[in-house]
Write a protein of this length. Sequence first.
Length: 569
Amino acid sequence: MLNLLRRESACRWDHGRVTHMTARRPSLTPLSTRLRDRSPGLSASLLNGVVAAGLGLGVLTVLVLALWISSPYPDSGPGGVLHIAAALWLLAHGVELVRTDTLSGAPLPVGVTPLLLLALPAWLLYRAGRYATDASGEPDGPPPVPVRTAWLGVVLGYLTVGTAVAAYCSGGELRPSWGWLTVSLPLVAVAGAGAGVWSAHGCPPEPLLIVLKAVPGPLRRLVFGADARARVDTAVRAAGASTAVLVGGGALLVAASTVWHGEAARASFLQLTEGWTGRFAVLLLGMALVPNASVWAASYALGPGFVLGAGHPVHPLASDPAPLLPPFPLLAAVPDAGPGTRLNWAAALVPVAAGVVAGWFVARAAVRRRGHREPPRVRWSAVRTTGVTLLTAVVCTLLLALLATLSGGPLGVGALSRFGPLWWQTGPAAGAWTALLGLPTALVVRAWRLRGAGALRAAADGEKPRGEQKPKDSGKAKDSAKAKESGKADGKAKREDNLSDEDAYDILPAEPPAELRIERIELPAEAPSTETSKATETMEAREPTDSADPTDPAPAKETPETSEPPGTP
């Protein structure tokens, strides 16, 4: 029974002194063991994806339910509210919706995605990807989850919930477009979870190297060179800073235009609804669309502008909005119809600032400076700096084209079929502004920083002669000190040569006893007394072993404490 509890075979027989026992078989095969070790990581990643999707859907559901409960005139029951919440969750992923409850009965597309809603699922997916790769802090805990396992688990869990939500929402008044659903939802899930997993592993360069392999060899060596990662990192940072300046400047333009058209914006806000619940809903919708309006204003400052309906462009040179626009505060802040004025042309200061910022970032990376007093270190030549600036312009083109695509879309058919900037115009315009202004800025700032390095070197060279005089002065001081020491040594030697035979008594106390002093005075020199001769012989015998310097007064003071001359009473 004990063997059975220990998982050993009980088949045992004895043949004399030899005992036979069957070998114990492993309880699990190696393949099943590996599957058992990996399954917790995959299941946890799937759970993280499901939780991320559930949290985003739950936030929107609670918000819509709160507005429905507080509304004095609800149009539908709880089922319709849940359908609207599900449709908003899909719209937050860039999925185009189709509205079926129109007066004409014809379906109308709704494709303008509020970018503030898009930030919610993106952040949740990012956190889910990071959390799926976390290893256990316990010594006996499971190992870290592999990258592919965590990434695939989060994406599959998220898409499972997304498919169920799309199937539920397909029976409501706002239905998803299946073509956009198969593209937008997986793209957001893959990008968000991938960013989280990549950052959790320390942002390794392998994905960047895989992308760089697709670039032809001569072009890759010309643009990137040996330090490809450093140049791409600098280009991405500079393009990100330039894009932030563009979008931030666009937000300032939106605020200024809203204040300028304050009466029209206020009238449209009050015209939409009468109850406080409806006005609060309109306010929330306007806040969710503020990032979209900032991108539209950035495109306006770049030059291409945006369209308010098919064939109705709005740009700094002219404004031609559609005549029948729905009343909305942000649409009321659009510039008035007609040719542009100097006030409209002043919006060009935004891309100018963005280009200067991009060039400054590149120049700062090209010539690094550790301290104010230390000369900077030249990292890239002027040609390489030009290449990095052009790469920054390319990245800025891609970023603005992506933002323009996400911020616009249709709001109906006919004149309402297109709202927002055109990505094939906004992206190249941003790249052109960055290249035209960022390139001279980068070269000028680089030269200025190198000029500062030359000034520091000149200052250092000017201080060299003064610094070299110090060793000479110190050498002269050393020579004079050596001369003084040699003089002292010669004087000391002369004094030692002139010492008389009675110098042995210098080790005695400075003030010897009165008896000894009187005794030495009274005795004649020709016939010294027996006691004095004995003392002299004793001191002469002790003189070679004494290490005290005769000219040093310190031992003369310490000697009486350790020894006394013979004959002293």
